[in-house]
Write a protein that binds this ligand. Sequence first.
Ligand code: NCD
Length: 307
Amino acid sequence: MYRGMDVISALQFSRSDIEHLIRVAEELRRRVEFGEKLEIAKGRILFTAFFEPSTRTRLSFQFAMTKLGGMVVDLGPEEVSSMAKGESPEDTLRTVDSYNPDVIVVRHREPGFAARAAEICKTPVINAGDGYNEHPTQALLDVYTIWRALGRIDGVRIGLMGDLKYGRTVSSLSYALSNFRDVEIHFVSPRELQPREEVLRVLDKRRVRYELHEKPDEVIEKLDVLYVTRLQKERMKPEDYERLKGSYIINYEYLKKFTHIPLIMHPLPRVWELTPDVDGLPQAIYFEQARNGLYIRMALIKEILGL
Ligand code: NCD
């Protein structure tokens, strides 16, 4: 069912799609960790076009394709492409599409950009983040991480904390979780950074239990997972950033007050909201989470290419 498909929103994935991708990711992981050099994507090309900064997403897609035995072509930074001469991203994609890559991964600051790219390109397009809107493959790796850590997704009690308004990982993760039974979402944020209406409407429609909180203290002990996000500085006015900066911080000093500390996740990059003194806790699984991105993206590419 995935072959040739565009991945624009986490809402495209059903429970069985996610479970299938997790199974494929686990199988690929076993083979890679066993030292096998995979050649299943031999001769295939993945093109990455990031019009917004990225470390993990871009590199993990590139590593994923390389580890499948395929090849990677990257757009490179703006300064070296015709973007610097004023070319539109649409024209850039149109051109690359005509070179026949097998899959195109795009990131852009504009919500809805990935859907537009998918209309322009005959090649399957994967959304690696479109502004504040969505980041569906991050949601897949987040759900995969929860499954690996807890052995289940049903019944998970998760706190999503930070910039829930402009953070696209939170919307996509909420959508992905809405496929599972008895999930409880606790949104924790300053009032003005609460999740967008359209996200809450989807959760209402899908009858997901959620609550809004301003402080984490009241929920920490109820949670299996606390998912921390950074303030999306690039999507807000500088004066709002300055005012909200430091409005929530998870550090060791704070966590040690609690008798139960949930698993701590973060899509990364972190800035000040999650301090390095938390890294040593057994509950800190954000680097493992980033690593899981490699395998779930390998699985997704494999399925899209029909390998
Ligand atoms: C996130 C993103 O780009 O939305 N990063 C990522 O892909 N892991 C989170 C963020 O930038 O805050």
